[in-house]
Every structure is written in C-alpha cells, then in structure tokens.
Ligand binder design. Structure first.
Ligand SMILES: *[C@@H]1O[C@H](CO)[C@@H](O)[C@H](O)[C@H]1NC(C)=O
Ligand SMILES: *[C@@H]1O[C@H](CO)[C@@H](O)[C@H](O)[C@H]1NC(C)=O
Ligand SMILES: *[C@@H]1O[C@H](CO)[C@@H](O)[C@H](O)[C@H]1NC(C)=O
Ligand SMILES: *[C@@H]1O[C@H](CO)[C@@H](O)[C@H](O)[C@H]1NC(C)=O
Ligand SMILES: *[C@@H]1O[C@H](CO)[C@@H](O)[C@H](O)[C@H]1NC(C)=O
Length: 518
C-alpha cells in the first residue's frame, strides 16, 4: 500500500504520474487527502490532464445531487428491518488481540445487512462507555474520503479506546477516548470500504452521496433493532472531511423518516462535523487562501487561482491560466503533509519487532502502517467478527476496490439550515493546521450562510491553555477551531478534542475563561 508519506518522499517524480493517471489514484486512494483531492479534481478540473479518464467514471451532478438530498423522502418506506435476534450477543468482542490488560469496556463488532437481496453488509465497531453507559448518549462516527474507513482513522488513530503500536500487533490505551463522553459507534461505509462489502459486484461501482445516506440509514435502524436499548437514547452524528456530506445527508434522511412516520424512529439531537467538506465554492477558494496565508504558495498563485478558476459549478471548464496555477500549487504542496502542514512525515514504514514507546499525546505519523498490519491479521479479524465471507482483497484504510462516485452535492448548507430550523444542535469544528479542508474554507462556508452572531469569536480554554477559538450563531450553530490540530483533530490534539465533544454532547458552550476543564 502506497500511503501518505511514502508518496511525499518521491512526490516530484510521482506528481507527473498522478496528473496523468488520476483515476487510478482515485481507486487506489489510500488516505483521505488523496480521495478528496481526486474528487475535487474530477469536479473542477475535468478538462485538464489532471482529471483525464476520471470524469467519465465520476458522474458528478451537483444540481441533481442537491435536489435529491433535500427531497429523497420517497425512500422513507423502502427500508427493510431484518430479524436481529441473538446477533448482539454474537457480536460481543471478548478481547482484541494485543489489548492491554485490565481495560474495562464492552466492545462489539460485526456486520449489519443493509440490503438482503443485493447481499450488501456494512461492518461496525461499537465501544460502550466504561462508566455511565446507560445514561450517556449514542454517537455515530463517520470518516470521509470518499472511501476511507472509520476503523482506520476514527477508531484506531483518532478517538477510539486503543491505538496500534509500531509492531502492528499490540495496542495501547487512548486515555482521551471519546468513550468518556458517549457510547461510540464506528461505521465503515459505503460498500467496498474496509470490511464492508456486497455480494453484488456492481455495488462497488455505484456508490455516491445519495446511496450512502440510504444505506447508512438502513444500517442504523437495523443496528438499533439489534441494540434495542439504544433506540430511545439521545443520538448524535459526528464525522470529518468528506463526512461533511455523509453526516448531514444521513441526518436529513433520519428527519425525513421521522416526519413520515410521525414519530422519532431515531432520536437525533444534533450533528458535529470537523474539517468538513461543506460548500464547494468556498471550500476551494478557502483552501488556496490558506495555502497562501501559510506561506505554502505565492500570493500571486492564489491571486491567479481566484482570477482564472471557476468553482461556482462542477460544469465549469477551466482555462489554461487556471490549470497552470493549479499545477504550480501541486508542485508546492505535494511535498508536505497537507493534513497537518507543520507535522513531520513518516520516515520509516517498516514495523518494529519491539514496539516503540508510544503516547497518545505524540501522534506517530506512521500510524496508518501499524493499523494496516493489525487489521489484516487473521486473529484480529476473527476476534472482531470481520471479513467473515473471506473477501478477495485486503483491508485498506481507504478503499481501492470502490470505483468512482456517482453523485456529490455541491453544498450541504441547505441541510445545515434545515437542522437549525428543526432545533438540532449543529457544531462545525476545524483543526487549524489542516490544509486540505482548512479553517479558511470553513469560515467562508459559514460566512456564506450570513447568520447573526450570538457570541462573537472568542478563545476557549482547556487545561489552562487556549484550546482554540469559537463563535456561536443564532439558531444554535457553533463554529470552533482546535488549536494545533491537523485534519484528524483527535489524533493531534486528543485532550482538546475530548473537551470539544463533551461540551457539544452536553450542550454547554466552550469555556471562555481560564479554569480547569477536562
Ligand atoms: C437493494 O439494492 C438494489 C440495487 O442493488 C435496489 O434495487 C433495491 O431497491 C434495494 N432494496 C432495498 C430494500 O433498498
Ligand atoms: C454474501 O455471500 C456469502 C457467501 O454466499 C454469504 O455467506 C453471506 O451471508 C452473503 N452476505 C449477505 C449480506 O447476504
Ligand atoms: C462558471 O462556469 C459555469 C458553468 O459552465 C458558468 O455558467 C459560469 O458563467 C462560469 N462563471 C464565470 C464567472 O465564468
Ligand atoms: C526502518 O525500521 C526498521 C525496523 O526498525 C529497521 O530495521 C530499518 O533499518 C529502518 N530503515 C531505515 C532506513 O532506517
Ligand atoms: C479476508 O480474508 C482473506 C482470507 O483470509 C484475506 O485474503 C483477505 O485479505 C481478507 N480481506 C479483508 C478485507 O480483510
């Protein structure tokens, strides 16, 4: 597997290669940046060399995608609920191989069929809170891509209870796990991501925003049938990156079904998205502005991008000057870790026989490699009840069997407005060292909503330091930064991330004064 940092090492040579065969980058995307980068190129650089061969596979149609995500209520009756008797018990994970001793938490893992006739099943990993699991809410976490796994990132590198050591077979505990705030459900979605599969081969080629929301909904109601004690529990959805689409689109689907049924089938209370793809035009411009304001590209290049590129529609055809400027950007940023522009690269991807000293407070940039080794172990898959059908391909952090993407909304802003009008809690956060979906993009996207400010930009505190900055808008939308965090916020700033999620789930504002908070 070719990953983030191995590419960075030889990226100049690889760059021209990428530009020519971008589609294969899409299907072999091994991290969230690549997958998202490929999607952006397919949307906005269709006519450049960069996207040649890609756009025909990726039939992005923003307009229809936007309408379908806001009017897909007709699917409300199509969800099938399957018998889940006895399955919760079977899914119980006694112990993960290499797990540290004396860890008190209950874990589950297994498959939920989302479409029986197609033979489509999604894999989940669920970790209950060690304390107060009966009163704490249920939180679903989704990673983005499209095509990246919530086990690879969310569970094993960000907010889960364990991280994999450098030997690829033992685990250490994450004391800032979000299980201190919620019962956390990680879902690998859609078809072809991680352990999630379908017996209908064509399902690997037909993923898109719309079908992902429908399948995620089918997963959720069937999962709640299996874990029926959670049916009436307060429910929240969180995610990052391209989950900026998945999270609101699933929330919208839930609201539609609730409305249609005239009752709360799912007790959704709010959503929280981080470094999230929200609104194409502002996301794009914000990204280039971030590059320039952080000295990664020349101001002149950012100016050229603004002047010559057209990000108002994915129907746009870019001119020569725009493509030249974007090639200049590629050559400037391709050599650093754009997920966290100040972080060191992974220098040695080889596993070690003796695990290196590890701490959650010091994120190891080679983590992806350790997780890859761990989750491909037969004993681990057996313990987790994963890969029960003996799939013909390996587990990857970002799918290389999922092909193309059929629809991608140009904006989820109308959905955020819908949630605010429905009284849901809506939080948007951003690790301010991320260059992929940076804080400037998020600021511009929120600005585009023209919301009245309720509490203007202020520093919030955690452990006697500024954890980040926040602004609260009328209608219960909070924008919060996490200082010093990259794209995967809890990987880089686990303590601040835990504080953020606690405040979100409790519905309390991020603390504006110096006082000890956890
Ligand atoms: C199952 O998926 C197929 C497409 O593969 C679709 O035609 C059918 O409507 C789906 N069934 C349900 C219950 O969603
Ligand atoms: C897929 O096919 C395998 C082998 O026939 C079967 O065991 C499995 O249950 C099927 N999956 C689903 C979700 O139907
Ligand atoms: C951008 O492209 C769209 C779609 O082709 C077009 O309608 C629009 O006029 C373009 N905008 C500018 C400023 O050229
Ligand atoms: C990479 O790490 C492995 C395992 O610790 C070691 O054997 C190897 O010498 C290292 N390679 C380099 C180039 O440092
Ligand atoms: C599933 O198991 C088979 C057989 O052990 C293995 O070759 C394959 O890599 C595994 N696939 C995944 C997705 O874990």
């Amino acid at each position: 597997m070719a990953m983030r940092n191995s590419e960075c090492g030889s990226s100049i040579i690889l760059l021209s290669f990428f530009l020519i065969v971008l589609f294969s980058v899409q299907i072999e995307a091994k991290n969230q940046k690549e997958a998202l980068d490929a999607l952006y190129k397919a949307k906005f650089f269709k006519n450049s060399k960069a996207a040649r061969g890609f756009s025909s596979q990726l039939l992005v149609n923003s307009e229809s995608a936007t309408t379908t995500t806001t009017t897909n209520n007709q699917n409300a009756e199509n969800v099938e609920i399957y018998d889940q008797t006895g399955m919760k018990k079977q899914d119980k994970i006694v112990r993960l191989p290499g797990q540290p001793p004396n860890v008190r938490l209950s874990q589950y893992g297994g498959y939920v069929t989302v479409n029986k006739s197609a033979g489509r099943a999604f894999y989940y990993y669920f970790v209950e809170a060690p304390h107060n699991k009966k009163s704490l809410p249920l939180l679903l976490w989704l990673n983005g891509g499209p095509g990246c796994s919530s086990l690879a990132y969310g569970a094993m590198a960000e907010l889960g209870p364990f991280r994999v050591r450098s030997d690829g077979k033992t685990l250490f505990q994450n004391k800032f796990s979000w299980n201190h705030a919620a019962n956390v459900l990680f879902l690998e979605s859609p078809t072809g991501v991680g352990f999630s599969y379908s017996n209908t081969t064509s399902d690997y080629n037909t993923n898109g925003d719309k079908s992902t929301a429908e399948n995620n909904y089918a997963f959720l109601v069937n999962w709640l049938e299996r874990f029926s004690e959670y049916k009436t529990r307060d429910f929240y959805i969180a995610g990052e990156s391209y989950a900026g689409h998945y999270v609101p689109q699933l929330a919208h689907t839930i609201l539609s079904h609730n409305k249609k049924a005239g009752k709360k089938i799912v007790n959704l209370k709010g959503i929280i998205i981080g470094n999230a793809v929200i609104n194409d035009e502002t996301d794009q411009i914000g990204m280039y502005d971030f590059f320039a304001s952080h000295a990664l590209i020349a101001d002149r290049t950012a100016k050229d991008i603004r002047k010559y590129c057209n990000f108002t529609s994915d129907e746009a055809v870019q001119n020569r000057q725009c493509i030249d400027a974007s090639n200049m950007v590629e050559s400037n940023i391709g050599v650093i870790d754009i997920y966290n522009i100040y972080y060191p690269l992974c220098q040695n991807t080889t596993l070690t026989n003796v695990p290196k000293r590890a701490s959650v407070l010091n994120y190891d940039p080679c983590t992806d490699y350790y997780t890859y080794a761990y989750l491909n172990r037969a004993d681990v898959q057996k313990a987790m009840h994963a890969n029960v059908t003996k799939l013909s391909y390996d587990w990857e952090p970002c799918s290389d069997v999922m092909q193309g993407w059929s629809d991608s909304a140009s904006t989820v802003v109308p959905l955020l407005r819908e949630f605010m009008a429905s009284g849901l809690r809506v939080w948007v956060f951003s690790g301010d060292f991320d260059g992929r979906v940076p804080i400037t993009s998020t600021k511009y996207s929120i600005d585009s909503m023209k919301l009245p400010v309720k509490k203007s930009w202020y520093p919030w505190f955690n452990a006697n330091e500024v954890g980040g900055y926040a602004e609260v808008y009328e209608g219960e939308l909070t924008l919060a930064t996490v200082r010093g965090a990259g794209h995967e916020v809890p990987s880089y700033q686990p303590r601040r991330a835990l504080s953020l999620i606690k405040h979100f789930l409790r519905g309390t504002p991020l603390p504006s004064s110096h006082r000890r908070t956890t």
